[in-house]
Every structure is written in C-alpha cells, then in structure tokens.
Design a protein around this ligand. Structure first.
Ligand code: LLP
Length: 406
C-alpha cells in the first residue's frame, strides 16, 4: 500500500517538491472546522482558530473562507490574519506580554477583543486606548486553577502557571477594568492547556468561570461572550480524546439560560491531523546499542519530540521489501535530543520516504533555522490537486537580514 494525501500519493509530492515537506489535506481542515460548528451549532459559536498552531497564510485563508475567527498572540499573527483576508472583527488577541506597539496595531485594526492577563496589562491597554482616543473591547483571561492533566509544559490553567489572572483576584480585577474610561468589557475567557485527553477539566473550568459570571452580573458587570479557549487533544498514538458533541452538550447545559455568546479557540484539533511531514531516509546506521534511521527532517522541522517527548506515528510511504527492525528515527542536527521517534519498528532503507503523522499543528509554526537548515516547504492538497503554499527557504533568505561586518 502506498500512502497518499487525499488523491495525491506522497511519493509524487516528495518528487515534485522535495523533502522535508509538510503536506496538508484541505478537506481534513474543513472537516475539523465543521466538527466544531456542527457539535456546537445550538450555541452558534464563534470558532477562533489559534493561529500559533499553524500560521501559513493559505491555512488562515481557508479557515477565513469557512467563517472562522482567529485567536492571535502577537502582532505578527495579526499581520498574517490580515494578509490572508481574515476578519479583524472576529479576532481575539491573547497572550501575557502584549507590547504597546502590538496593542496599538490591534486597536487600529479593530480586533474583537483583548484577553487581558494582568493588572499592568489593563493599565497598558487603557493608556494606549486613551492616547488613540479609542475604546478597547476587553475580556479578562481568568486562571481557573484546574489541572488539565497534560504535559507540564503545555498546561496553563494552574496557579503555578504564568497565564491569566488568579481566580481569587478576578472579581476585583474586573471591577478595576470596569472603572477604566477607555475599556469596554465584552467577555470572559479561560484557556487551561493543550492536548487535553480528558473532558472533565474543560467542564470544570467552564463551571468555575460561570460562577464568576454570576458574581459579576450581581455587580452589574455583564460580559457578552464566554471564551473557553482551546485545548482539545487529538489522537497521535492511541489516546482517548474529548468528544466534541459531549463537550458541546455539557457547555450548553452549564450556560443554561444565561445570555452568553460562545467563543472557542481551537488550534491543534483543527490542523494537527490534517498534516504530515514527509522525510527521506539518508542512511541506516547500526550503532553499538541501537540502530538509527537518519532522515533529512530534524528537530528544527518538528520540535515536539525533543521538547515534550511527544509521540508522532512514523511509517514508510511505500513497501520496501526489507525486514522491519527497531531503530531511533533521528535527524542530522548535532544534538542528542534530535529525534523524531524512539525505538520504532520500521521497514526502510536509505532513500525510503517516511511519513511523520499528525504534523499539522505546532510543527511548521515551531520550526527554526538551527544548524543553518532551511525551513521546509509546505503543500496543500485538495482532491487530485496540490499547491505549494510555502517555498522551501534558501540560504540567501536565511542570511538576508545579517551583515558580515568587522
Ligand atoms: N488559546 C490560547 C490562549 C492558547 O495559548 C492556545 C495554545 C490555544 C488557544 C490553542 O490550544 P490548542 O487547541 O492548540 O490546544 N507547542 C505545544 C502546544 C502549545 C499550546 C499553546 N497554547 C505543542 O506542540 O504541543
């Protein structure tokens, strides 16, 4: 069996565009998006795709064409949304350290809401809005202190994390924000972590936030929207993942008769399993203790295994006729941490093409030039068609902003 993306064989894509190569299925993106809008239909949610998962302009444009809003965390992400034709009025600006310049850019662009994460940030947004003679639509990101039960590096909703305003301080922070002349409170927000495999922390967070909504209402502070963030996990190996229909039903029940519009900020669950990283085997090397399959993709193309010990399924794209053996799949980067998979059974030889699955999210967007490697190309497949959506970088481009001066 030869593997393909929609109707285009991976082998043809690798020949045409070279490797390493990120390949995305457009219909998988559409299906994932519809998964949200269908499940949550009764709540008419605004799904704000978290651009950090994959900020390629074609991916943003595709989601925009489906009616998506966007969750951004930097001026650069906002610039991408605007360049791809996304709607600033459906864009939420999250993140703990927004600069004055970024706030000004977003205010002028007319974003839907700033998720504010601290008192000093409230002061900063108020000051920038006053200077520009504008009113900033705002919400507070509340840290509900629930355990997302995910990898500690991607858990964000605990007291010990840098994100959001502590649950115990949130009421007062809202009162403080409500006193600012250039801020208009439009929402309430939380995001407790990423790659959640269990629904219960998401529900618990929603419950806690709604308790706060009720307390705020008594004080005359009425957020119009409830933003539950992202975090829904995907299958990399054989994990259980939250069922969107069950999530939607639980949220609907919890919201009850409150007049709140729902906003969601999914990233990984919209793009993760729509993408694959194709890589060519350079060598098979027998070490003293282990075998190594050395590929042309490395940690700079897919950092997740090195950073979180993350698992990505890897398989040969075409049968090779060789016997399977156990090996570490590693890249050419000069780091012991440069691995894509450990102790994998695989049948391959030099020249074989491998597919590294679930590489649509936090792969290309976290890529770097480490070891002066060019960033890989990206291709979008739709049916029998494939389009290059990011050219392979060149050495000249890598060096373009540098000067060799004495
Ligand atoms: N909203 C906010 C405020 C976020 O910080 C994030 C992700 C999302 C939404 C989207 O979360 P998702 O639906 O993708 O779980 N690099 C890590 C993941 C970091 C997630 C950061 N925040 C990884 O590769 O696993």
């Amino acid at each position: 069996m030869n593997l393909s993306c929609e109707q285009v064989p991976y082998s043809r894509l690798a020949e045409e565009f070279g490797t390493p190569l990120y390949v995305y299925s457009q219909s998988a993106l559409t299906e994932a998006f519809k998964g949200y809008t269908d499940a949550f239909a009764a709540l008419e949610p605004l799904v704000c795709y978290a651009v950090k998962a994959n900020g390629n302009l074609s991916i943003i444009k595709h989601f925009a064409s489906l009616g998506s809003g966007f969750d951004i965390v930097s001026g650069g992400e906002l610039a991408r949304v605007l360049a791809a034709g996304g709607d600033a009025g459906k864009t939420i600006f999250s993140g703990v350290g927004k600069s004055e310049a970024e706030i000004e850019f977003a205010l002028n662009a007319g974003v839907k809401c700033f998720n504010m994460e601290s008192i000093p940030e409230i002061d900063r947004i108020q000051a920038v809005a006053a200077r520009l003679g504008k009113t900033a639509p705002v919400s507070l990101r509340v840290n509900p202190d629930v355990d997302a039960k995910t990898h500690p590096y991607i858990s964000t909703g605990l007291k010990a994390n840098k994100f959001g305003i502590a649950y115990a301080d949130a009421f007062q922070a809202y009162q403080y924000a409500a006193q600012q002349p250039n801020l208009n409170i439009v929402g309430i927000d939380c995001h407790i972590g990423s790659q959640l495999t269990d629904l219960s922390p998401l529900i618990e967070a929603c419950e806690r936030i709604l308790l706060l909504v009720d307390r705020l209402a008594e004080a005359g502070i009425m957020p119009e929207h409830l933003d539950l963030g992202g975090g829904v996990g995907i299958v990399y190996d054989n994990e259980n993942v939250p069922d969107l229909n069950a999530y939607a039903r639980a949220v609907q029940k919890l919201i009850g008769t409150r007049r709140l519009k729902l906003v969601l900020e999914p990233g990984r669950s919209l793009v993760g399993n729509a993408g694959t990283l194709l890589t060519r085997v350079e060598f098979v090397k027998q070490g003293e203790e282990k075998n190594f399959v050395i590929t042309d993709a490395a940690m700079n193309d897919l950092m997740r295994p090195a950073l979180y010990g993350a698992f990505h399924r890897i398989e040969a794209v075409e049968p090779t006729g060789t016997e399977p053996f156990t090996a570490d799949i590693v890249g050419p980067v000069c780091e012991t941490g440069d691995f894509i998979g450990k102790d994998r059974r695989i049948a391959c030889e030099a020249g074989s093409l491998l597919a590294v699955h679930s590489a649509g999210a936090y792969a290309a967007s976290m890529a770097s030039n480490y070891n002066a490697r060019n960033r890989a190309a990206e291709v979008m497949v739709s049916g029998t068609q494939s389009r290059l959506i990011r050219q392979r970088e060149t050495w000249e481009q890598q060096m373009a902003n540098e000067t060799a001066c004495l």
